[in-house]
Ligand binder design. Structure first.
Ligand code: ZN
Length: 91
């Protein structure tokens, strides 16, 4: 198996969509080929190809917090608006 062939399988290998035969070929080749090991490392570092669950998890509470802040601001705004409306109606 040539390096070029291995490099075409590597994306599937990372996404766990490669067949068992392909996985074996890649792993056998990676044992003897530094270049493809580096290629695998670079491909795995590229965002979008692999789902980095460790990185996406802290983002969820952050967005939830910002949404919560928005709701609080909107609710406060509405409360102030209602307060002024009531004042106007009393006059
Ligand atoms: Zn190689």
């Amino acid at each position: 198996m040539s390096c070029e062939e291995i490099k075409t399988i590597i994306p599937a290998y990372i996404k766990h969509t490669a067949t068992e035969a392909e996985i074996l070929k890649v792993e056998e080749h990676l044992c003897v080929c530094n270049e493809c090991r580096e290629y695998l490392g670079q491909t795995m570092d590229r965002p979008g190809i692999t789902e980095k669950k460790e990185e996406s998890l802290p983002e969820i509470p952050a967005t939830k917090n910002s949404h919560l802040l928005e709701y609080i601001m909107i609710a406060t705004g509405l409360a102030i608006l209602l307060f002024f409306l009531l004042l106007l109606l009393k006059h």
